[in-house]
Design a protein. Structure first.
Ligand code: UDP
Length: 359
């Protein structure tokens, strides 16, 4: 079975590491990796391929730094020509980025079955580019692997039960990754405070609005000064936007560092007191490593984390962020609850993909 996997952004490398390892062990499958280039530099891309043993991409499309339409369009054209010459049995896409949508659309238009891993998630916020990408990708996928029961329900509410597609509740491949790489955690090679909270921020709706970005950073400065030093691996987009705001990095109480690899991120997760983030992946990883999380958004796709008291939605207002952090500190949720499968999502997915071919 010939599979083309289209990936391009940081969280997709982490998810693909889980599945690619299983394909490598399976003599009946041949996986060809297409890297769109959406994330391309050393610490947003290369480090993950090296430390997670992801097979080298056969194709690098080098499409990045463009507007959504141009980026998706260029990817679409380049992926289509690869698919026409490689003629794979299926195309595999992950998550909700422009690379996801371009891969799915290129395949579907030439009648190649599409497999979507991390299907069915919804924020119900159509301002998010990710929400548009995931709804459209789900709609043209043939197998939808859902990480949670909530994701399956979302698809059922949208009428997917009446469509000739396969929906599988697989659990979350990120849980598999966290378990597999946990013992390999590496301390980042920078000076760090003894206790710290861990923050990441990169969503366009937070970084691209100067008022929202300033509000969030005022709150983070206050927390870092008065509560717990904030350690912050800084996403390149956020760095650019802070520079545009003339943010004073030298006077900041926040401990900024360059984006880290996954093994260093696991070390930070294991050693922090709590997590502040607008990342989808990090909200779950906080829970995997038994840390409470304050999410700097008004809604989340991972609603089960909120209902079980692991995750607190703070929005982006200065005072609300501070009060939500205080509220979060008073709570002691029961981390023994299992929300994302038992670390076997990858095996379930690979087995179902192989069965799909036989139908
Ligand atoms: N991550 C990382 N280094 C960093 C920041 C994030 O390895 O400096 C990992 C993080 O642990 C998670 C993934 O990248 O596994 C999340 O990616 P991101 O926040 O970019 O995307 P999202 O999950 O929001 O789609």
């Amino acid at each position: 079975m010939k599979i083309i996997t289209v990936i391009g952004a940081r969280p997709q490398f982490i998810k693909a590491a889980v599945i690619s390892r299983l394909f490598l062990k399976d003599k009946d499958t041949q996986e060809i990796i297409v890297h769109t280039g959406q994330h391309y530099d050393e610490n947003m891309s290369h480090v993950f391929f090296e430390e997670m043993d992801i097979p080298k991409p056969s194709y690098n499309l080098d499409v990045n730094g463009l507007t959504h339409g141009v980026m998706t369009g260029q990817m679409l054209a380049k992926i289509e020509s690869i698919l026409m010459s490689e003629k794979p049995d299926i195309v595999l896409v992950y998550g909700d980025t422009n690379s996801t949508l371009a891969g799915a659309l290129a395949a579907k238009k030439i009648h190649i079955p599409v497999v979507h891993i991390e299907a069915g998630l919804r924020s119900f916020n159509m301002q998010m580019p990710e929400e548009i990408n995931r709804i459209l990708t789900d709609r043209i996928s043939d197998i939808l692997f859902c990480p949670t029961e909530e994701a399956v329900l979302n698809l059922e509410k949208e009428g997917y039960s009446n469509r000739s597609v396969k929906i599988v509740l697989s659990g979350d491949v990120m849980q598999d990754a966290a378990i597999f790489y946990s013992q390999k955690a590496q301390k980042p090679n920078v000076e760090l405070p003894n206790t710290f909270s861990l923050c990441t921020l990169h969503r366009a709706e937070n970084t691209d609005d100067p008022t929202i970005l300033s509000n969030i950073f005022r709150a983070l400065e206050d927390l870092s000064k008065n509560d717990n030093p904030v350690v912050f691996p800084l996403h390149p987009r956020t760095k650019v936007k802070l520079k545009e705001l003339n943010y004073s990095f030298s006077n900041s109480s926040i401990h900024f560092m360059d984006p880290v690899g996954y093994l260093e991120m696991i070390w930070l997760l294991k050693n922090c007191t709590y997590v502040l983030t607008d990342s989808g992946g990090l909200q779950k990883e906080a829970y995997f490593f038994r840390k409470k999380c304050v999410t700097l958004r008004n809604e989340t796709e991972w609603v089960e984390l909120v209902t079980h008291g692991f995750n607190y939605l703070a929005g982006t207002e200065h005072n609300k962020i501070l009060t939500t952090c205080s509220l979060m500190k008073e709570k002691e949720p029961d981390f023994s609850v299992n929300l994302y499968g038992n670390g076997k999502a990858g095996e379930i997915i690979v087995k179902a993909i192989k069965l799909f071919k036989k139908i």
